[in-house]
Ligand binder design. Structure first.
Ligand SMILES: *[C@@H]1O[C@H](CO)[C@@H](O)[C@H](O)[C@H]1NC(C)=O
Ligand SMILES: *[C@@H]1O[C@H](CO)[C@@H](O)[C@H](O)[C@H]1NC(C)=O
Length: 195
């Protein structure tokens, strides 16, 4: 188990060393069909969504593929390609597989931490809490995420998540935010996920 991981990382470093390329570094970030990766990301969403009275999400491989295509473009500055997406990046990149998995969970936790700033009495959108409101958006039912290890950039480790239906709907004034972002009034999740 250990050896292939080390080989993959060594290969990754070779790719990084080429300064003209800003491509995905092979073999470092978890793949979109990696069950460990999927469960880290799903668990982190599931936990908070339960507490905020939102429905459980279904993993959507097509959304994950779309997120993969986007995040693997490895633009110099991370950019959002669509509404209903959350993106985080960090640098330097994690050193090995387990750290990538931990980073995925911590990034989603970080999105939820914006909850502290959310004005429940004046619910609307703001960059200060846009990740949080998407994470717990009640009408969202599907999720797909991807990680990338981008080479020659300041924040090379990236997690990008796509949501359906997209959250942060502003079309109807405050109505959508009020209906979709509930405070932490529901019961804490049990230890076990329901599947
Ligand atoms: C997180 O996702 C939401 C939903 O699409 C988006 O509106 C928001 O811009 C994202 N947050 C940030 C800070 O980029
Ligand atoms: C809520 O979700 C449903 C089904 O995913 C979707 O058809 C509908 O457009 C969503 N409503 C809003 C206001 O986003």
């Amino acid at each position: 188990m250990k050896l292939p991981t080390l080989l993959a990382l060594a290969l990754g470093h070779l790719v990084v060393a080429s300064p003209t390329k800003r491509n995905q570094v092979d073999g470092a970030a978890p793949k979109i069909d990696d069950p460990n990766f999927i469960s880290r990301v799903m668990d982190a969403h599931w936990y908070w969504r339960r507490i905020h009275c939102a429905q459980d999400l279904t993993w959507d491989p097509a959304l994950a593929q779309a997120a993969f295509d986007s995040v693997n473009a490895c633009t110099e500055h991370p950019q959002h390609d669509r509404g209903g997406s959350n993106l985080s990046s960090m640098g330097p990149a994690p050193g090995h597989y387990d750290e990538w998995l931990r980073a995925a969970r911590e990034m989603v936790q970080g999105w939820h931490e914006e909850e502290l700033k959310y004005p429940y009495d004046n619910p609307t959108w703001d960059t200060a809490w846009g990740h949080f409101t998407q994470v717990v958006w009640r009408n969202t039912s599907h999720l797909g995420c991807a990680m990338a290890h981008c080479g020659d950039v300041e924040f090379p480790a990236r997690l990008y998540c796509f949501y359906e239906s997209p959250g942060n709907v502003l079309s109807d004034g405050m109505t959508e935010f009020k209906a979709n972002v509930w405070p932490m009034v529901c019961k804490d999740p049990d230890q076990k996920r329901p599947h």
